[in-house]
Design a protein around this ligand. Structure first.
Ligand code: SF4
Length: 364
């Protein structure tokens, strides 16, 4: 996969003692480091003409995070929620998918940031997990960044993973489109860590998932972390409809289940392409040749554009059939879909978000 190293690292004063800075210094000896009093005053895209969002991905800012790290996944209005929590240890992503919602979500704050106060993160999560020992938490780190793309430089996951491995009521999910797993292989996740890959056929990766790992690289990395004791997750999301999608998605599933042992899969999620009118405007500017701009979509009650419902149901049913054929008992859920679609695909919808979240708890 493409080298994702930044062109410059800008460090906010107060982060000098962070182990993340030590890792960056060690792994990026040839990159200039600059120290500033306030990164907010040092805008990553200032002075850039043209693609300022793309330019922001090339400078890495290291600063303390001043708010809360742990948040409930916002989900989407009126859609079935899977009771997922997120930790934001970084913001923005060095890869560049044409459909990435961060282009809209972070439009006004696009700097690629990594947060240096790892101790505060652990203290905050520990307090919450201890306070609610009877509750099972599924926590992801890939909501506004990719969980592993910067790991070769920051070593962030290596810092936090031993803590999560010791917690009785959590699964930590590291969601990625990279193959940056080397630093995980000698750690013991103790059954508490899922490495989750977002998956698409190579044709979609080539067209719209720029600078990400190839399908073969993702699967090779999945096999390696599984051999090292990690649980796996797969997110076939966003599924893209085009002429011949069935053959490509079926072949991808066959390759996936031929590569890994599905009994070590914690969950599989499915979701179709979703965007908004605002995101589409940005996609038109940044990726005018993308075929994702040409398909027909309808505006749903949550303000997102999706394929029309009968097509979504048909795509989900087909995927569930292929998945069940290879992995009969694996947990499959829909991401950001309505109860109506759930019922048409599975014959039921979870009675509440807690029920769906609990279904994802490890059985052992
Ligand atoms: S890998 Fe994820 S976070 Fe990164 S650009 Fe693609 S969709 Fe966005």
């Amino acid at each position: 996969m493409k080298d994702l190293q930044p062109e410059e690292v800008i460090v906010e004063r107060g982060s000098e003692g962070s182990p993340i800075l030590q890792n960056l210094r060690r792994t990026l000896p040839q990159i200039p480091f600059r120290f500033v009093d306030d990164i907010a005053a040092s805008n990553g895209s200032a002075g850039v003409v043209g693609d300022s969002f793309g330019a922001a991905k090339k400078k890495l800012y290291l600063a303390k995070h001043k708010g809360e790290f742990l948040k409930k996944c916002p989900g989407s209005d009126g859609q079935v929620c899977c009771n997922y929590f997120v930790i934001n240890f970084a913001s923005n992503c060095p890869m560049d998918c044409s459909y990435c919602y961060l282009q809209e979500y972070l439009a006004d704050n696009s700097a690629l940031k990594v947060f240096s106060n790892v101790g505060d993160l652990i203290d905050e999560v520990e307090a919450t997990l201890k306070k609610h020992r009877g509750v099972f938490f599924r926590i992801g780190t890939g909501e506004i960044t990719d969980s592993l793309a910067l790991e070769p430089y920051t070593g962030m996951v290596r810092q936090i993973l031993p803590f999560f491995a010791e917690q009785p009521n959590v699964l930590l999910e590291l969601k990625t489109k990279s193959d940056c797993i080397d630093s995980l292989l000698d750690l013991d996740p103790k059954g508490r860590v899922v490495v989750g890959w977002s998956m698409n056929p190579q044709r979609v990766i080539d067209a719209d998932e720029h600078a990400t790992a190839s399908l073969t690289e993702r699967l090779k990395a999945a096999r390696r972390v599984q051999a090292a004791g990690y649980r796996l997750g797969f997110h076939f999301d966003p599924m893209i409809e085009y002429s011949g999608w069935e053959a490509d998605y079926q072949a991808m599933l066959e390759e996936t289940f031929a590569t890994i042992d599905w009994r070590g899969l914690s969950w599989v999620s499915l979701g179709v392409l979703r965007d908004t009118p605002g995101l589409k405007r940005t996609m038109r500017e940044r990726f005018p040749g993308s075929r994702l701009l040409t398909g027909e979509q309808v505006l749903c009650p949550d303000g997102k554009l999706r394929y029309y419902q009968p097509l979504r149901v048909q795509m989900y049913r087909q995927m569930v059939r292929w998945i069940r054929h290879a992995a009969p008992t694996v947990k499959v859920y829909l991401c950001m879909e309505s109860r109506e679609v759930w019922e048409q695909v599975f014959g039921f919808a979870p009675s509440c978000e807690k029920e769906l979240g609990n279904q994802m708890a490890p059985s052992s």
